[in-house]
Design a protein around this ligand. Structure first.
Ligand SMILES: [Zn+2]
Ligand SMILES: [Zn+2]
Length: 924
């Protein structure tokens, strides 16, 4: 081995090592970034989704004899209000027994549930009177994340029949041996099982057997004749049928008939058993509704509107009215205009049940007693309302005391609307009203107190929110600054030449950072904060230490900025702020994207692009304007239109024909393979159009999804992932091949205008690539290659890369903006309910959350992929180094996360979900 050989190999080794170190550096940065993001993402849960429950209240009950000795609660799981109340095609009711009760025996209305519309939180609201929060999602709704009191727990005895998932939840929390559950195997809840109405007939049969056996069982008989007892019948058949066949199916509707008939039998057995003593109260409702496509969980009216019918001891008889206060079309639709409808919130059912049988209100209940349902003396109503007010006030007091205990005295800010003097005042006044027999005044005063106490409860519940949010924002700003500094350091070569010797970070900085950290920790320790608070509050300290350590870089950068004319600087800053503002707003108002795209359309005029390249500018303007139309259209799935999907397919075919001819013209020797691939991809577009059309018409005729269509759909999806890889790597052909493949899948997943979206988006992307190259040429950078001749390659020549310019910041902004447009352009996430499952019907029609979710995800990702591919091409044509690219991506994703967090915080703090307000005017 010669000396020279040795030398070059050492050189190679050094380069290798340097490369490796850079990679390691990037990796560390990446992991750190990931950690920071995770912590801050987790903080959302800690800040916004925490359990509202408090403990240590004393039970409150009304000191008057209750109207009922026993209560029967029927819960038809997953029953939506409209399917129960409406009349069928022949004008007959699906539930004649329930309808008869509405007209002749009891009171009725809608019960408004809250999100998440799942079985567990629904039942908790019904029986325990509070709304379980999202933090329980992580625990799968299965086990009790928190201990809570319920009507069942307060009852003398409860017998319950139904699904093990629901019944055990309430039996577990109850003390003593007074809750009896009868459940079937969890395995019986199979969607595919032949007849799931068995879940309901099982319950009815068991109840029949139970009362039959009670006649010969002395101890059971005496228990059954006690007061304050509850029978709870949980009927899961309707929910299961809804998931399997959807609410519009014969199975779902027939199941309602079966439940109605079963209830009729149950009521007669019970009345017979108790000799028609008139001491039984009945309640019939459901835990949540169901969407048209057989799911629940979100906040669509079909999920949140549930029926509520009650009759028997203590309940008002039907009230004939000539006018009702509801302005939705339901009453007319259901032909129930003349029977007074009284809507309630789901949690109000718990205090109603408690007051009917005279047990204490569940301790954590936030329900407000619906007094208008009660058939009792005004004294009873006023006393019950008073009890309700005291019970909620108790929670408020306990919550305040808890918060006060863990907060330093001089930092404690009490809830101003309900100081102790005011509490005492209202309570005393309400008492004296009751004594003076001014019952109506007493009721309204109690309602006011409840209102204030609930407000105060949420005030103390969200007490730390502001403090934590500030810390999280501080940490995020630090992190963004740090990433920004890294970019400056690696691309501007600031410090080189000016002062060679590396300044050591001063001890003062590290010492003060440690001091701040210790101080913060001590402060948190004094306040008895949970351990996660330490992370949120302490994490910003090392991040800012890392930022301030690079003080030299900041200083140099500022000096550099000062050399730029101030008017330029201010101008750029304004544009930057405006751009970010548009991005943030577009998270909430889709039309802001339109505003942004209109601004993009005007962009060529303020640069020299217009004078230099008229045709490119014109097509840029045209496609920007075209894309700007999309955010103005309704959310995906609201207006299905199969002809627009077909139109999109035809446009793709037309475009690919044009491309094909131009390619054949340009290349004299057009390689057979490429031609074949291109034709094959066109064929797959044609196929997906056919499949979409035939599936659509077959589903309309209620013939289900043809197997052949399903097979072709999956094949197209599989091929679409492979085919682009076979195409030539020249930039234009590869991009077009990707577009063709993705479009064939997207057409399969489309139901309306959104099929045109990726097409217009990619046209704009293609123009963007050319525009970027044009702007680069304006800067006087020689560009050797034409766009059509650039190729995608794995290894790029490093010497070609250049330094960063201000234009690159703009490029980054364009990318982020296009990504946001790709995401919100068709209103994907604008509403949880916009996930129209009809768009996956070409692939599967059986309810399968995982597969459906994955397909929907892919549909959302397709426009993303198109934008990212275009950006890859932009990087290539503008000769950006891959290192700056990764920095870019980090900064950009951070911007997105920051914007997202900002938006989320905005949403969570300002938006009020109208779940329990006025009902929407229609069920879909
Ligand atoms: Zn349910
Ligand atoms: Zn369900």
């Amino acid at each position: 081995m010669t000396f020279q050989d040795h030398n070059t190999s050492t050189g190679h080794l050094l380069i290798f090592l340097e490369d490796w170190l850079v990679t390691l550096d990037m990796l560390l940065f990446f992991i750190l970034g990931l950690f920071v993001h995770f912590v801050f993402f987790g903080s959302i849960f800690d800040i916004y989704f925490t359990s509202p429950l408090v403990h240590g209240m004393t039970p409150q009950f009304t000191p008057l004899p209750p109207p009922a000795k026993r209560l029967v609660l029927f819960v038809a799981d997953g029953l939506r209000a409209d399917t129960l109340y409406e009349l069928d095609e022949n004008g007959n009711s699906r539930a004649p027994f329930i309808r008869n009760i509405i007209m002749h025996e009891g009171s009725w209305g809608l019960s408004h549930t809250r999100v998440p519309t799942e079985s567990r939180p629904g039942h908790v609201a019904l029986i325990a009177g509070f709304y379980e929060d999202v933090s329980a999602v992580a625990k799968g709704w299965k086990e009790n994340p928190v201990e809570f009191d319920s009507l069942i727990n307060e009852s003398k005895y409860t017998w319950s029949w139904g699904s093990p998932d629901i019944l055990t939840m309430f039996a577990k929390g109850a003390y003593g041996d007074h809750v009896f559950t009868y459940t079937y195997d969890a395995d019986s809840e199979d969607f595919g099982a032949h007849d799931v109405t068995k879940l309901d007939t099982w319950v009815f049969d068991k109840v029949k057997e139970f009362f039959h056996a009670a006649r010969n069982n002395q101890s059971l008989f005496s228990k059954l004749n006690e007061e304050k007892i509850v029978f709870f019948l949980h009927l899961l058949g309707i929910d299961t049928n809804g998931h399997a066949h959807r609410p519009s199916s014969r199975e779902y509707k027939d199941n309602i008939k079966l439940v109605d008939a079963g209830m009729k039998e149950m009521v007669s057995i019970l009345e017979h058993f108790y000799g028609n003593d008139g001491k039984t109260a009945f309640i019939f409702t459901s835990d949540h509704g169901m969407t048209d496509w057989g799911s629940h969980g979100a906040g669509h009216p079909s999920e949140t509107l549930t029926p509520f019918v009650t009759w028997g001891a203590g309940i008002k008889y039907p009230q004939k009215v000539s006018a009702q206060k509801f302005d939705d079309a339901f009453l007319k639709e259901w032909r129930l205009e003349s029977w007074k409808r009284q809507d309630i919130h789901q949690a109000d059912i718990a205090p109603l049940m408690a007051s009917l049988i005279g047990v204490p209100f569940p301790l954590n209940s936030v329900g407000i007693l619906p007094v208008d349902y009660l058939n009792n003396t005004d004294l009873f109503k006023a006393e019950s309302m008073f009890t309700n007010a005291i019970q909620i006030l108790e929670q408020f007091k306990v919550k305040m005391t808890q918060k006060k205990e863990v907060t330093l005295p001089f930092l404690f800010i009490p809830f101003k609307l309900l100081p102790e003097s005011k509490q005492l005042n209202i309570v005393r006044k309400a008492r004296s009203y009751i004594k003076q027999r001014k019952y109506d005044e007493a009721v309204s005063l109690c309602k006011e107190l409840i209102h204030l106490a609930l407000k105060g409860l949420s005030y103390y519940h969200t007490y730390d929110r502001f403090f934590l949010a500030i810390n999280v924002v501080l940490g995020f700003l630090g992190w963004t600054s740090y990433a920004f500094l890294l970019i400056i350091k690696s691309h501007f070569n600031l410090t080189r030449g000016v002062n060679k010797e590396v300044k050591k970070p001063s001890h003062l900085l590290s010492c003060s950072c440690i001091a701040i950290g210790v101080f913060v920790a001590f402060f948190l320790l004094l306040q008895d904060c949970p351990w996660t608070y330490y992370i949120y509050c302490l994490l910003p300290v090392p991040i800012w230490y890392a930022v301030l350590r690079e003080f030299q870089v900041i200083q140099d950068f500022v000096t550099l900025l000062l050399t730029v004319p101030p008017s330029y600087f201010v101008g750029y800053l304004l544009v930057f702020i405006l751009g970010i503002e548009i991005l943030v707003l577009s998270f909430f108002y889709r039309y802001m994207l339109t505003a942004g795209l209109l601004a993009f359309a005007g962009w060529p005029f303020i640069t020299q692009l217009w004078t230099r390249a008229k045709s490119i500018s014109l097509s840029w303007i045209f496609f920007s304007l075209l894309l700007a139309a999309f955010p103005l259209m309704p959310v995906v799935g609201r207006k299905p239109d199969i002809f627009l999907v077909m139109g999109a397919g035809l446009l793709v075919l037309l475009l690919s024909l044009c491309v094909l001819t131009s390619l054949i013209k340009r290349k004299d020797s057009f390689i057979n393979e490429e031609l074949l691939l291109h034709l094959f991809q066109m064929l797959s577009v044609v196929l997906s159009m056919c499949v979409t059309y035939s599936t659509h018409s077959s589903l309309r005729k209620k013939q289900g999804l043809p197997l052949l269509n399903q097979i072709i759909s999956w094949l197209i999806l599989a091929f679409s992932l492979v085919l682009p890889l076979l195409s030539p790597t020249s930039l234009f052909e590869r991009l077009f091949s990707i577009l063709l493949s993705l479009m064939s899948t997207y057409i399969l997943l489309s139901t309306g205008y959104e099929a045109l979206f990726p097409l217009v988006l990619s046209c704009l992307m293609f123009v963007w690539i050319q525009v970027e190259q044009e702007t680069l040429q304006q800067r006087g950078i020689s560009c050797k290659q034409k766009v059509t001749s650039v190729r995608f390659t794995c290894s790029t020549d490093i010497t070609q890369f250049r330094q960063l310019y201000l234009d690159d910041v703009r490029r980054a902004f364009f990318l982020v903006f296009f990504l946001v447009t790709a995401f919100f352009g068709t209103g994907n996430i604008a509403s949880v309910n916009s996930f129209d499952l009809a768009s996956v019907y070409c692939f599967l029609t059986v309810f399968s959350p995982f597969m459906m979710g994955a397909l929907m995800m892919w549909k959302i990702l397709i426009p993303f992929v198109l934008v990212m591919c275009a950006f890859e091409a932009v990087q290539l044509t503008t000769q950006l180094s891959s290192k700056s690219i990764s920095h870019y991506v980090i900064v950009m994703s951070m911007t997105i996360v920051l914007v997202f967090l900002n938006g989320l915080a905005h949403l969570l703090t300002t938006k009020k979900l109208r779940l329990c307000g006025k009902p929407k005017s229609h069920l879909i």
